[in-house]
Design a protein around this ligand. Structure first.
Ligand code: DI6
Ligand code: FE
Length: 400
């Protein structure tokens, strides 16, 4: 007879549909078996059984956190240009000194897969230490076939080295590399599409993303990338409306995208299209904060139209050098007026949906036993703190 793990004396933020905010169960208990959640409910309703009991002392249990938008694999960092800018250098000065996204591309191209893994692991470990059990990782700093594949291989390897579930996203259409300056269409034809096909042949791609923006790619160029994604049977997502309104939200929705991300400049017709398509809005306050943006995403409209909102770190060396998902929750609340309940949904059930995953993100029977146990008694405390998430214990696939 298999021994079941029983967690008792816990506050459960199940995030399941319920009368209670957060699907909260006070004095709750959970039974885990074979890496899955077997039973969830009030402790006094627990069915009899042969349990291996762990008393959680009244602590909060949430679904393991899901960071649904990261660029955590990259080489080098951009602290020097951060400092240059704060000492008065202009964007052009920084570019002339080899800074900006190009400097990350140069460093990433020089790195081996192993280098990329070693550089990313401390960041991934910081995420894990704050309760992350599922992590999306994008390519997009290689911008040639070999380096894009190396980034995706590094991402896969991280999922083997650590107890975290990694989901890869191909982002060849992230920036136009210097050797294709002024020739974005040629870059799409000669690099972005062939690299996508090659990466897919190697089984390295779970989803396809693009950066639709004046400084990156036009909707027509993104369309071409999404057409190939569709032909390959891959779901899409899009960096949309971060710095201007190019109709990226509508474009993403027209492909049934899993998510459209950033969305500061999203208008109501984009919100409606996303609602109709079931596309998740992934909110990224770290980039808004770092770039000192002033236009917040239309949270009220997204809420009014019932668009599910995810929250993610956007961890990247340029616009969001942040690994803390609980800090993203705090920023989502304080900068964008999301509620703490929306913030927690944004890093659990709605983040799962932004990755197309229906087997996690809530504490309900049948789902993966990916849990975070916190040294707090109410879920609002997770969003309330500015950094320093008090993780007590992380359970990944039923294992401590
Ligand atoms: N949006 C951003 O803000 C970044 N990428 C993206 O798609 C910036 C990436 C960088 O500066 O390295
Ligand atoms: Fe991003």
């Amino acid at each position: 007879m298999t021994t079941l793990t029983l967690l008792t004396n816990a506050v459960l933020a199940t995030m399941a549909p319920s009368e209670q905010p957060y699907g909260l169960i006070e004095a709750g208990a959970m039974v885990l078996s074979g890496g899955r959640i077997e039973w969830v409910g009030p402790g006094d309703a627990l069915p009899a059984g042969n349990y291996n009991v762990q008393d959680l002392g009244g602590r909060l249990v949430t679904p393991g956190l899901i960071d649904a938008h990261t660029h955590v694999v990259f080489a080098g960092n951009r602290a020097a240009e951060f400092e240059m800018r704060l000492n008065g250098a202009s964007y052009e000065d920084v570019a002339r000194a080899g800074g900006g996204i190009v400097s990350t591309v140069t460093a990433t191209r020089r790195a081996t897969v192993d280098d990329l893994v070693q550089e990313a692991l401390p960041r991934v470990d910081a995420m894990i230490a704050e309760g992350v059990t599922t992590l999306e990782i994008k390519s997009g700093y290689g911008l040639n076939v070999e380096a894009e594949i190396a980034m995706l291989q590094a991402a896969r390897r991280i999922g083997e080295l650590r107890s975290v579930s990694v989901h890869t996203t191909y982002l060849g259409a992230h920036a136009v590399p210097p050797e294709y300056g002024g020739r974005a269409d040629a870059y799409i034809d000669e690099v972005a599409l062939p690299a996508l096909r090659a990466a897919q042949d190697l089984g390295l791609v779970d989803a396809v993303d693009g950066f639709c923006e004046g400084i990156a790619f036009t909707p027509a160029q993104i369309d071409r990338v999404f057409n190939v994604a569709q032909e390959l049977g891959l779901p899409v997502k899009l960096h949309a409306e971060q710095l201007s309104d190019l109709g990226g939200g509508r474009l993403a929705a027209s492909y049934g995208a899993l998510s459209a991300d950033h969305l500061e400049y999203l208008n109501e017709s984009g919100v409606r299209a996303m609602a109709a398509a079931g596309t998740v809005a992934t909110i990224l306050p770290g980039a808004y904060y770092t770039l000192r943006e002033t236009k917040a995403p239309p949270i009220d409209l997204l809420r009014a139209h019932g668009v599910p909102m995810a929250l993610a770190t956007d961890c990247n060396p340029g616009s969001s050098p942040m690994t803390s998902l609980p800090l993203a929750m705090n920023m989502g609340c304080t900068l964008f007026r999301m509620t703490p309940e929306e913030a927690l949904a944004g890093v659990t059930c709605h983040a799962a949906r932004a990755l197309g995953l229906s087997d996690r993100g809530r504490l309900v029977p049948g789902l993966r036993a990916d849990l975070a146990v916190w040294d707090v008694t109410h879920p609002a405390e997770l969003s309330y703190r500015i950094g320093g998430a008090p993780l007590y214990q992380r359970i990944y696939g039923g294992t401590l």
